[in-house]
Ligand binder design. Structure first.
Ligand code: ASN
Length: 658
């Protein structure tokens, strides 16, 4: 969970207003400008000595105890807001700011007023899809420049959490607790402990120790890029039932243009059963108004225990489980804003857990697991009682299952696992990724598929080994070629140890083994443990075939499998890293970015294989040799338009010409 060592972590702090920076005006506290200037004067927020040569607008936290410095920039909004004045419009703007600067920063802190912070965090949790970086809301009950205040602690904590932990969620940090944003609610107008998360424990608790509740932190799945859903529906609202509420009032509230309502009901989702009221709800639901049933209790879900609740459900309400009203309102705005869905589609989405905002009983996991019979069976078999339990078990099982599928070369199973949300770069309990397993066993099809789905070609297992080394040890030539084509390199440590292994192969006269190392990019002149290279060892044992081979491979012949990236030249400066994928490094021409983003990556391996295959190139229109297709794994990956030489010729880059 802790970040890997890098020299610095860069954060963007978006300052939108709130008490934290407020000053006294004529009629009370009003938002105050110049937060960065205040922070610059506070040693806990800026260490000038440590900052050294950094630009003026950049602040640096004092040393954190780790070897990473935390550098942050405050982006101050014009105008600043008391959060009581903020709406979906401003929250979408925050999301768009994050999108604009997404690649430049490791994490984001949103400084926001507390009054509507839970609404804001809930909204952003839906707007930002495929989030891979922390977005942490914070603020204060007392301005930061007051002698006794909570703003300093809150802001410092939020900055440190965003910098030091990879929690890829929209969170809310307050009074030493990190909450999932769409689970938090403001419960106190004065105390520093202003927020709580009634139906989900905090993701992290900060004391003398920082305790991360890893089970609860949502895992990043797949490689999909960040999507910002800006088209939220504004015509949504909250109606709180109270004893004796007249049907006429409900009717007035539910009139168009309203499109979605969070109905705050009594207890476990109950309400008055008088026909007049039920009739108004039924009429609104049949007009297409989406109504979500949330309890006005602080804690616990809506259930169908009482006839008074069942009567409400009968009018067409969607049960909101244990969602806060804030989360339910944001979810309504999001679901109603998605284009091209039917009313039933939208109802189905509302009933699903989309961003960790609700706990589903196991019996209702069905829609979430649609397309994943495996997940459904697991939930049943282990008698998992709710979605949180299911996620924890599922996340623990998936990497092991993916490794088992890779070992068996079972592409169908890998596909099912991907469909069930498996991140193929996760490590199993042995600390190896599915790519390590497929490379060790020697399944070119599985290797190709894993690379295509974004598996990191240079991932290190827990004992520091690369998939390429395992393929060399397993003597799997085709796998070595695929890995090299995707940019695999032996690590410095693996190369250091290679010398002794090369000498051992030379002394045994194992020319094939030496070739495999050469294909993997090892320098055959590396010295063994006694300082002699393999050539000298072969000479001293009188193995003339190996001597000839080594002289040939070492001196005269080029590396037959240089990484494809090495042939393609440097990446364009504006190439988005995400499109390059972890498996590919950044050295790709724009055509390949497009191909990669369209998920037709295997063509890259196909191209690499064609480049290396002997004989004349296939002519225009001629089908590609079946052996190559099989080797590239494309047959399996549904790429008909690249199954011909014409398709291959679509690569305009001269590096592809033979
Ligand atoms: N503590 C606060 O930040 C309250 C303030 N009214 C706001 O929400 O902007």
């Amino acid at each position: 969970m802790a970040r890997a060592a890098e020299p610095e972590r860069r954060l963007l702090a978006v300052y939108t207003g709130g008490t934290i920076g407020m000053r006294s005006g004529r009629s009370g506290l009003v938002p105050g400008q110049g937060l960065a200037a205040v922070l610059r004067t506070l040693p806990m927020f800026h260490d000038q000595d440590y900052a050294g040569q950094l630009p003026e607008d950049t602040l640096v936290l004092p040393p954190t105890g780790s070897d990473q410095s935390v550098i942050y920039t405050v982006l101050e909004w014009q105008p600043l807001f008391d959060s009581s004045d903020m709406t979906i419009t401003e929250w979408v703007q925050i999301a768009q700011t994050i999108e604009r600067y997404y690649e430049q920063y490791h994490g984001f802190v949103v400084i926001h007023g507390t009054d509507t912070m839970a609404f804001a965090a809930s909204t952003l949790s839906f707007v930002l899809e495929n989030l891979r970086k922390p977005v942490i809301f914070t603020g204060a009950q007392v301005p930061i420049h007051a002698l006794w205040n909570d703003g300093r602690e809150n802001l410092l904590g939020a900055l440190l959490m965003a910098a030091q932990y990879l929690i890829p969620e929209v969170c809310l940090y307050f009074q030493n607790q990190l909450f999932r944003g769409n689970r938090a609610t403001k419960v106190d107008s004065r105390r520093f402990a202003a927020f709580c998360s009634p139906n989900l424990p905090p993701l992290a608790t900060v004391g003398a120790d920082i305790i991360i509740n890893q089970q609860l932190v949502r895992k990043v799945r797949g490689q999909d890029p960040l999507v910002v859903h800006s088209g939220l529906e504004r015509d949504v609202g909250v109606l709180r039932l109270y004893p004796g509420i007249p049907g006429s009032l409900v009717r007035a509230f539910l009139q168009p243009p309203l499109k979605g309502v969070v109905l705050e009901t009594f207890g476990s989702g109950n309400g008055p059963t008088k026909p007049e009221l039920l009739q108004e709800l039924r009429a609104a639901a049949s007009r297409g108004l989406l109504i979500v049933n949330c309890t006005h209790c602080l804690q616990g879900p809506v259930t169908s225990d009482y006839a008074a609740g069942v009567a409400l459900v009968g009018t067409g309400l969607v049960p909101g489980s244990d969602m806060t009203s804030e989360a339910a309102l944001a979810k309504l705005a999001y679901v109603l804003g998605l284009p091209g869905l039917s009313l039933d589609d939208r109802k189905q989405l509302l009933a699903q857990d989309l961003r960790g905002e609700m706990t589903l009983p196991a019996s209702e996991l069905e829609p979430a697991l649609r397309g994943s019979p495996l997940g459904h069976q697991v939930a049943q078999f282990l008698r998992l009682s709710n979605s949180q339990e299911f996620s924890a078990v599922w996340d623990a099982l998936l990497p092991g299952l993916a490794c088992a599928a890779a070992r068996a070369g079972d592409l169908e199973a890998l596909r099912v696992l991907v469909a069930a949300g498996c991140d193929l770069s996760m490590k199993d309990f042995n600390g190896q990724t599915p790519l390590h397993v497929a490379a060790r066993v020697g399944h070119p099809g599985a290797v190709s598929m894993l690379l295509c789905r974004g598996a990191d070609v240079n991932a290190r297992s827990e004992d520091g080994l690369s998939p390429l080394l395992l393929a060399v040890r397993g003597r799997h030539q085709r796998v070595i070629r695929l890995l090299r084509a995707a940019g695999a390199c032996l690590s410095a440590q693996e190369l250091e140890d290679a010398g002794t292994e090369l000498c051992r192969l030379a002394s045994r006269g194992d020319g094939k083994g030496l070739r495999l190392w050469w294909q993997a990019g090892a320098d055959l002149g590396l010295p063994g443990y006694d300082g002699r290279p393999a050539l000298q060892v072969a000479e001293s044992t009188g193995n003339l075939d190996v001597v000839a081979l080594l002289q040939h491979l070492e001196g005269r012949a080029p590396d037959p499998e240089p990484a494809l990236t090495a042939r393609l030249g440097p990446a364009p400066a504006d190439a988005p890293t995400l499109l390059c994928g972890p498996a590919l490094d950044t050295a790709w021409p724009p055509q390949l970015h497009t191909l990669y983003s369209q998920k037709v990556l295997p063509v890259v391996y196909l191209a690499a294989l064609l480049l290396q295959s002997p004989g004349p190139p296939p002519t225009e229109g001629q089908p590609l040799p079946g052996r190559l297709l099989e080797e590239a794994g494309t047959g399996d990956l549904g790429l008909p338009h690249f199954a011909s030489w014409a398709g291959y010729c679509k690569f305009q880059n001269p590096s592809y010409q033979r």
